[in-house]
Design a protein around this ligand. Structure first.
Ligand code: ZN
Length: 311
């Protein structure tokens, strides 16, 4: 009994202090969304993250701490398009929070659901929704957070969701949103200049998650090391990939840091292409905990692999 009371004290004191400061308690599925939510909420939000930046978003294992966090939250900020399918639907079921519940199509339904994909121009949208043959991108490519130009849309979705949950602070959220988007837009102008030398460079990535970054940078991603999204490469596929890379003079291999280094090194040795190691979420590397730092790190890695300097 005494032990239970002692255990409950930290939660109770957190709840009381949040109440006293009228902070909105939110959960965000990935580190970049934790950062943007914090930027919009300032000292009016307390946001906790779920997956780590180093994980494969398609294979995040649900940890018990996720349930506690989601159960107490007023809302959940997520990327959507089923990218969190390995943990979010199960978590919503287990956490039993009346403000948000799992939905097979929308991912989450209820007043606490903040879907950051709203208004994103979704690329590679299939004509029919199917998970046949291991399809893990059934609603189109969900890796839109790897494109820095999608940052303002994500930020606006978060501000709108927070204002819906906590309308008393809508003006403050809007003020913070304006400042954050202005900061991001200034960076985007700078980054568009950086990527000019990458236009038309042919590349392959490990997973099919570069379509949005390809659009931003001008890099032409012609194929993937994986056979299909979520399906490991076969020897035949790798042989064909080497041939294709040589024929098309592919100079760049983008390895997302969570994927196999050895296969990429083998491919580089066979083709003479250079490897850029990048993150698909913030905090995949040290000092990349914000969306801006994460985006900048990736662009620098791409430039560096091609022997270019930023700016
Ligand atoms: Zn994917």
């Amino acid at each position: 009994m005494k032990k239970n009371i002692i255990c409950a004290i930290p939660f109770l004191s957190l709840a009381l202090s949040l109440q006293a400061q009228a902070k909105l308690l939110l959960v965000a599925t990935v580190p970049d969304l934790v950062d943007i939510t914090q930027q919009i909420g300032g000292n009016l939000v307390y946001v906790q993250g779920l997956s780590r930046g180093t994980e494969d978003i398609h294979q995040v294992i649900m940890r018990p701490s996720f349930v506690t966090k989601l159960n107490r939250a007023e809302g959940v900020v997520y990327l959507g398009l089923t990218i969190e399918h390995s943990f979010l639907p199960g978590l919503l079921d287990v956490a039993v929070n009346p403000k948000m519940r799992a939905d097979t199509v929308k991912g989450c339904v209820g007043p606490g659901c903040i879907d950051c994909s709203e208004g994103i121009k979704i690329l590679e949208k299939p004509e029919t929704l199917s998970r046949a043959e291991g399809e893990i991108h059934p609603q189109g490519n969900p890796h839109y957070n790897v494109d820095p130009a999608n940052g303002p849309i994500i930020a606006r979705n978060i501000a709108a969701g927070m204002s819906r949950i906590y309308p008393e602070h809508a003006a403050e959220y809007q003020k913070n949103l304006k400042a954050y988007v202005a900061q991001l837009e200034a960076k985007l102008v700078e980054w568009r200049k950086w990527v000019a030398p990458l236009k038309g460079v042919k590349a392959v990535s490990y997973h099919k998650d570069m379509v949005y970054l390809g659009r931003f940078s001008g890099i032409d991603f012609i194929d993937t090391v994986e056979l299909k999204p979520g399906i490991a490469p076969t020897p035949t596929h790798l042989e064909q990939l080497v041939k294709k890379m040589k024929e098309q003079n592919v100079k760049l291999i983008v390895r997302e840091q969570q994927y196999d280094a050895k296969t990429c090194e083998w491919l580089a040795a066979k083709t003479g292409a250079r490897i850029a190691v990048i993150g698909t979420m913030a905090n995949a590397f040290a000092n990349t905990e914000t969306f801006i730092k994460f985006s900048e790190h990736n662009l620098k890695a791409l430039l560096s692999a091609m022997g270019k300097e930023p700016g």
